[in-house]
Design a binder for this molecule. Structure first.
Ligand code: IMP
Length: 203
């Protein structure tokens, strides 16, 4: 059975491929199929955007498709950057530019409370969908720390571990992260769905 991963982010792909292979599912990339579906993320929520991306790739490929949409929400900024995390500050900024902008916007904030959310959506050609969400609470650090991970990892601080995401190994991050939690929920739902015969095993 083949699933298409709608994401282009190699960090996300590695995490998802590990889960899917445990189900005997072959994960292929859009590019493996010669597809480059570019979806406008017009949803107001992470879940809506994940569904938009998965649906577009499923329709283009005719195969079950999985997408993830994620981002960081800061209480003092009314939930920003939120669904705009990847585009925060405009297209000219890179990861470091985006987290520096976040630090600048957080200067003087009354609370540094924040959380990461990951929404995963899987859509099958028969219209069935599986959705999962994971949230990781934390705070926005005062300065970047650590060199691991990607995106906002150097400024997302976990008070219980006294480390940022970027100071964790990939395994440590997966054990506590928004995506790790969403993938664990997704893993269980996919198992139930496949064992229930929801999608023919001859596909
Ligand atoms: P998406 O590809 O639209 O889901 O964009 C999500 C954006 O949120 C990414 O570009 C990153 O900036 C950020 N993001 C999502 N997950 C993580 C994470 O685990 N660590 C750091 N940044 C993340």
């Amino acid at each position: 059975m083949k699933f298409v991963l709608a994401s282009q982010n190699k960090h996300k792909l590695e995490e998802m491929q590990a889960i899917l292979s445990a189900h005997g599912v072959e994960a292929v990339l859009q590019s493996d199929l010669g597809l480059h579906v570019d979806v406008e993320e017009t949803g107001d929520t992470f879940a809506e955007n994940a569904l938009l991306k998965a649906k577009a790739v499923m329709e283009a490929s005719g195969l079950p498709a999985i997408a993830d949409d994620s981002g960081v929400c800061c209480d003092a900024l009314n939930g920003a950057p939120g669904v705009y995390s990847a585009r925060y500050g405009g297209p000219e900024l890179d990861d470091a530019g985006r987290y520096r902008l976040l630090l600048a916007n957080m200067q003087g904030a009354k609370t540094r409370a924040a959380h990461f959310t990951s929404a995963i959506a899987c859509i099958f050609p028969n219209g069935d969908t599986i959705e999962a969400e994971g949230i990781c609470p934390g705070t926005i650090a005062f300065a970047p720390q650590g060199t691991g991970g990607f995106g906002y990892d150097p400024v997302f601080f976990l008070p219980e571990l006294r480390k940022t995401y970027a100071q964790l190994t990939p395994e440590e991050k997966a054990a506590v992260s928004h995506r790790g939690k969403a993938l664990a929920v997704f893993d269980g739902k996919l198992r139930d769905y496949l064992q229930g015969g929801g999608y023919g095993t001859d596909q």
